[in-house]
Design a protein around this ligand. Structure first.
Ligand SMILES: C[S@@+](CC[C@H](N)C(=O)[O-])C[C@H]1O[C@@H](n2cnc3c(N)ncnc32)[C@H](O)[C@@H]1O
Length: 289
């Protein structure tokens, strides 16, 4: 896969899937009628499928309204977003970062540019909010952050034309999928240990009961004949939730984790909603590369 392929994610997002694209893309159908991504985050899989023209239509959803508004702004007025990012780039320094962080712009394009700017210049590309829902990531001390990547913003905006953008729980959009469509689920992961959890995407943590709801939705999509792929951490709890399905373990180098000692390769699971195939010694084949 070419590294500079456009469009790529416009935001750094915890759990971003760019590294795993070569594993995930072959698990989805070659031709998809409507592609659903109910935990869209940085949208790495959507952008990769869009550049390969693998779907006719797409529905992208996330419970984070600020994030979905970035995609709405790009869809509606990429020039407006670019104009704001030029301004932010010209004035960038630590004081300006905190000034922008304290601002609460009301217009869609301005809010979107603010989030992109804070994401490119804030510590480690994290998205984190306080109890009041205010973005509170500190300054990132990058030498030359790439605040404006105009070719990629334009490519992303083009890919987003005609896409349905939804702020909702994953279950609402998943219900719409039919045979001929496909779904990719990339939820906040089940924690590897009690202390390793990174759940601060928004104010509402994704709990074990949400994972159980998701596993039920995953099974329901199989009953309705909708090809579905899901990512999660390789924990005994995840394996138990998806024991009925075909699952593969893959190694991923993680760059966003609240604890430095947990940065480095970690095992993740890719689950496909085809019934598990019995193999000698219970081994599963490697996913296609
Ligand atoms: C692991 S991230 C997705 C990463 C994404 N695949 C990427 O490449 O950047 C999980 C996303 O799920 C969203 N989320 C959390 N709970 C949700 C829910 N109940 N329904 C829908 N989205 C939710 C978070 O806001 C976050 O953006």
């Amino acid at each position: 896969m070419r590294q500079r392929e456009l469009p790529r994610p416009v935001l750094k997002w915890a759990g971003g899937k760019t590294q795993l694209l070569e594993r995930i893309l072959p698990l989805l159908p070659e031709r998809i009628d409507t592609y659903f991504e109910p935990f869209v985050g940085g949208a790495a899989v959507f952008f990769a499928l869009a550049s390969r023209k693998r779907f006719r239509r797409a529905v992208l959803a996330d419970r984070n309204a600020e994030l979905v508004d970035v995609y709405r702004a790009l869809q509606q007025d990429v020039d407006g977003v670019i104009r704001w990012l030029v301004k932010y780039g010209e004035n960038h320094n630590e004081d300006a970062f905190y000034h922008v962080r304290a601002n609460r712009p009301t217009r869609l394009v301005h809010r979107a540019a603010r989030l992109i700017y804070l994401n490119k210049t804030g510590y480690n590309g994290l998205y984190r909010v306080n109890r009041a829902g205010e973005f509170n990531v500190p300054y990132g001390r990058y030498k030359r952050p790439r605040i404006l990547d105009e070719p990629n913003l334009r490519a992303a905006a083009a890919a987003l034309q005609g896409v349905e953008l939804v702020v909702d729980d994953f279950s609402a959009v998943s219900r719409q999928a039919r045979a001929g469509d496909a779904v990719y689920f990339d939820p906040p992961y089940l924690p590897l240990s009690r202390t390793s959890s990174f759940t601060a995407y928004d104010r509402h943590p994704f709990e074990l009961e949400d994972h159980q709801r998701l596993a039920a939705t995953f099974a329901d999509l199989a009953r309705r004949g909708v090809p579905t792929v899901l990512s999660n951490s390789a924990t005994p709890a995840t394996r138990a939730l998806y024991a009925a399905w075909t699952l593969w373990e893959v190694q991923v180098g993680r760059s966003i984790n609240s604890q430095t000692h947990l940065r480095g390769p970690v095992a993740e699971l890719l689950v496909v909603n085809r019934p598990r195939i019995a193999r000698p010694q219970g081994r599963q084949a490697s996913p296609p590369r």
